[in-house]
Design a protein around this ligand. Structure first.
Ligand code: NAD
Length: 375
């Protein structure tokens, strides 16, 4: 049984060492932030700090851009070491959502809520207070799940606002499936881009994390005859998924060394950095985990190593697309159509990257920012 401690789960926003320890964020995590200056540099529209003594709610709500339409972004709840980290995370994630919307060709923008978790937090009361605030925005911002915010929290919020993803039948449904399908189609695009064919029965895929997205992806790959291996946290529900699907679980941290065609990070962000990139023995990295590169330089590092990296803000747009169609048009976009759409954007980014001999990450970021600036 692979050994991996539960606290590695708390790493979505932070780079991890290969052993699951946090490594320093750049810039320094406790560095104060000059807010208006940072907003100007990143072209941010609005950043709101929320405080409610009764519920213990302390949160930042960041609207990066709502010029093209309402802003979309989930609620991340996390135990941050410093307030400045939470603020920085909300801004970074909101901007990534704007890029996701731009490249998915949705008339929408990026937003995010980061709620600071603590022993003093009364989660139900805090989520409801937050929902009241979101409701007052009157549809400028739609919110939904993220790390730390699952169905229970969404149901609390849905009692106070309609501008949240309802987790039940009244909601869009199939969000993780939509994301997983986008990842699957992006993998196909990557393999076709490299080899001119997909040929699943000859492919080995290593998935980090068999959660909501990873398990959908694994099922799709197995249906197509690919060989799937995975890593998971000991005794997590994902280990059950592996047993049920007959997937071999690799030792803790060995996903970085495993020889494979595709490495699919579907757990946490910040896992690809100087130490892990040098170990990779795959040809392609395609996964759902948000902000999987620890820093801007790491897209370039993968490119120099000849590893094709599909930017997560392209690949992971499935749930956003499903949510947008539901909230704005009242329609449930079929999962297959969403997958095709995400795969097509990914293919276009790979082609542009080949023409320019630039990392797909830089190409996608520049293309998204060009679309955003054009408005
Ligand atoms: P999830 O919590 O359902 O699944 C994550 C899985 O990863 C869990 O099974 C967990 O046990 C496992 N895991 C955590 N740390 C690990 C580690 N160090 N090694 C191996 N396994 C580990 O989350 P999800 O909804 O499947 O999302 C996965 C990632 O994709 C997240 O980063 C999320 O932000 C991103 N994402 C998800 C969606 C979506 O629609 N759910 C959309 C866009 C992006």
């Amino acid at each position: 049984m692979p050994r991996r401690s539960q606290n590695t789960l708390r790493g979505d926003a932070l780079p991890l060492s290969p052993h699951g320890d946090f490594v320093a964020l750049a810039p320094r995590p406790h560095m104060p932030i000059e807010l208006l200056d940072a907003m100007e540099r990143g072209d941010f529209e609005e950043v709101v700090a929320l405080n409610d003594a009764k519920s213990g709610l302390k949160a930042f709500l960041c609207l990066h851009d709502s010029r093209r339409g309402p802003a979309f972004g989930g609620v991340r709840r996390w135990r941050y070491g410093a307030e400045s980290q939470a603020l920085r995370d909300s801004m970074r994630l909101a901007r990534a959502m704007s890029r996701k919307c731009a490249l998915a060709e949705l008339p929408a923008g990026g937003g995010k809520v980061v709620m600071i978790d603590s022993d003093d937090l009364d989660p139900r009361a805090a989520y409801q207070k937050l929902a009241e605030y979101v409701d007052r925005l009157g549809g400028r911002f739609y919110t939904g799940p993220d790390v730390g915010t699952g169905n229970e929290e969404l149901a609390w919020m849905a009692e106070r606002t309609n501008f949240v993803t309802h987790p039940g039948e009244e909601g869009p449904g199939l969000l993780a499936e939509s994301t997983g399908e986008g990842v699957f189609r992006s993998m196909e695009a990557a393999l076709r881009h490299l080899d001119g064919e997909v040929d699943w029965p000859q492919r080995v895929i290593v998935i980090q994390g068999l959660g909501k997205v990873g398990s959908h992806l694994a099922r799709r790959l197995l249906e197509c005859g690919a060989t799937v291996r995975a890593t998971e946290i000991e005794d997590s529900p994902g280990t059950e998924v592996a047993r049920e699907l007959g997937i071999e679980l690799l030792e803790d941290s060995s996903e970085f060394d495993a020889e494979c065609d595709v490495f699919a990070p579907c757990a946490m962000g910040g896992i690809l950095h100087d130490l892990t990139i040098s170990r990779l023995r795959c040809r392609v990295v395609v996964g759902a985990a948000n902000n999987v590169l620890a820093g801007g330089v790491h897209g370039e590092q993968l490119h120099r190593r000849g590893i094709l990296f599909a930017p997560d803000f392209v690949v992971g747009a499935g749930a956003l697309i499903r949510g947008w169609h539901f909230h704005v048009e009242g329609a449930r976009e079929p999962v297959e159509a969403i997958g095709e759409r995400v795969g097509a954007v990914c293919e276009r980014i790979f082609e542009m990257a080949r023409e320019e001999d630039e990392p797909p990450q830089s190409i996608a970021a520049a293309e998204a920012d060009r679309i955003l600036r054009a408005d």
